[in-house]
Design a protein around this ligand. Sequence first.
Ligand SMILES: *[C@@H]1O[C@H](CO)[C@@H](O)[C@H](O)[C@H]1NC(C)=O
Ligand SMILES: *[C@@H]1O[C@H](CO)[C@@H](O)[C@H](O)[C@H]1NC(C)=O
Ligand SMILES: *[C@@H]1O[C@H](CO)[C@@H](O)[C@H](O)[C@H]1NC(C)=O
Ligand SMILES: *[C@@H]1O[C@H](CO)[C@@H](O)[C@H](O)[C@H]1NC(C)=O
Ligand SMILES: *[C@@H]1O[C@H](CO)[C@@H](O)[C@H](O)[C@H]1NC(C)=O
Ligand SMILES: *[C@@H]1O[C@H](CO)[C@@H](O)[C@H](O)[C@H]1NC(C)=O
Ligand SMILES: *[C@@H]1O[C@H](CO)[C@@H](O)[C@H](O)[C@H]1NC(C)=O
Ligand SMILES: *[C@@H]1O[C@H](CO)[C@@H](O)[C@H](O)[C@H]1NC(C)=O
Length: 392
Amino acid sequence: MFSQQTMTTLALLLLLASCVRTYADLLDIRKYGVTPNGDITMALQKAWRDACVSMTPSKIVVPSGKYKLRQIYFMGPCKAPIEVQVNGVLKAPKNPFHLNGQYQWVRFEYIDFLNLSGNGTFHGRGKMAWKQNDCQTNKNCLKLSMNLGFGFVNNSVIQDITSKDSKYFHVNVFGCKNITFTNFKVSAPAYSPNTDGIHIGKSIKVNIINSKIGTGDDCISLGDGSKEVTILNVTCGPGHGISVGSLGKYENEESVEDLIVKNCTLKNTNNGLRIKTWPGTPITSLASDLHFEDIIMINVSNPIIIDQEYCPWNQCSKQSPSKVKISKVTFKNIKGTSATQEGVSLICSSGIPCEIVVLSDIDLRFNGTTLMTAKCVNVKPLIGMKAPTCAY
Ligand SMILES: *[C@@H]1O[C@H](CO)[C@@H](O)[C@H](O)[C@H]1NC(C)=O
Ligand SMILES: *[C@@H]1O[C@H](CO)[C@@H](O)[C@H](O)[C@H]1NC(C)=O
Ligand SMILES: *[C@@H]1O[C@H](CO)[C@@H](O)[C@H](O)[C@H]1NC(C)=O
Ligand SMILES: *[C@@H]1O[C@H](CO)[C@@H](O)[C@H](O)[C@H]1NC(C)=O
Ligand SMILES: *[C@@H]1O[C@H](CO)[C@@H](O)[C@H](O)[C@H]1NC(C)=O
Ligand SMILES: *[C@@H]1O[C@H](CO)[C@@H](O)[C@H](O)[C@H]1NC(C)=O
Ligand SMILES: *[C@@H]1O[C@H](CO)[C@@H](O)[C@H](O)[C@H]1NC(C)=O
Ligand SMILES: *[C@@H]1O[C@H](CO)[C@@H](O)[C@H](O)[C@H]1NC(C)=O
């Protein structure tokens, strides 16, 4: 059946495959010449190259200890699943200029079946960068790096690790499909600017579960094209809460659909659950099937908000109403304390009203008394059950 030549080639391939396997199965970073407190960048890059060409699953291990890490790409596509277990603390350069203006300090791209785990920490050492952040007032502000980027990563898990003191957003998820964050931790102080926990864009099936996120900005935010996102059993705070948007600022935005936020706690955040869209832009898009359920608020300012007139620092024209259509939104079983009197504020677009918004079992207290009123504009219909009555 097979020619002698084919047989020889096959045998050679098998031999090669087995060599690669024994070589690449477990890649302890120490074998690549790393010393504690040393710079791990080259070693990690080499280990990744070996893992990526391996025909069988492989595992890269960074043992406990502290290491310096410069900017790094973990680039696929690779031949088999890869586990990266980080038990040490990886430290970014303090000076933002030493990251060469890269969008991300650590970036994973075009990978299928990545498992990033371990009790280690990606430490962005952002203090110096935060002082240089003037993005609120300067449109051409210095580009600061995020700690972690996942671009076009499918069927993957990020578990146990910590992202600390990022210079900018902690995690960016873009173009991914079926990616899960579990027992994931984000920590940065309340005053750190733009240190959003996890930002999702143009991705499908993103799960964030059993995680704890404290930052100076949004805990989790969903940009355009986020679909089938599940946020379960997550604690946020400090920070700006869980946010859909802002949407509608740019042309050709994709819709946001199918969000479930369930069994989460927000503590000392200055927003709770928020949907925000920009007015004054020419395009239409959709945000629908957004469900928030079983949420505990502790001392949260503005616990429930839809804001279709979102326009910070007057960056837009409020002449024309927002063209993002918001529909099928439920806020169910939301309890706890509000730090402001206005617990529920639904300000929808005068051009395209919100469609089917349900408020049920809302029990928010301000200074010991139950909040009895909500502000609602352009919501048709608004269905309320055991919820504050709407003042129009
Ligand atoms: C991830 O999935 C998308 C959509 O199914 C596909 O186009 C892409 O090639 C996949 N990426 C990898 C690295 O497998
Ligand atoms: C990822 O790796 C961790 C640590 O080895 C393991 O416990 C977990 O089961 C793995 N997850 C997946 C989905 O393979
Ligand atoms: C992290 O995990 C490694 C490997 O399982 C273990 O040796 C180490 O003690 C752990 N460190 C901490 C701080 O839990
Ligand atoms: C999603 O990714 C996980 C982790 O790799 C995998 O176990 C699971 O089969 C994937 N689900 C689908 C629908 O592909
Ligand atoms: C929710 O998270 C806590 C820790 O934050 C964990 O102990 C608990 O088991 C989680 N619940 C579920 C259903 O996973
Ligand atoms: C809800 O989340 C809390 C804390 O994060 C956890 O302790 C609890 O087990 C979760 N409950 C359910 C039903 O998942
Ligand atoms: C409640 O939140 C306010 C405003 O965010 C903050 O100033 C105050 O310290 C918080 N109170 C407690 C008890 O944490
Ligand atoms: C809270 O309630 C107390 C007693 O009812 C009142 O004296 C106080 O002014 C209230 N504080 C605020 C911020 O409304």
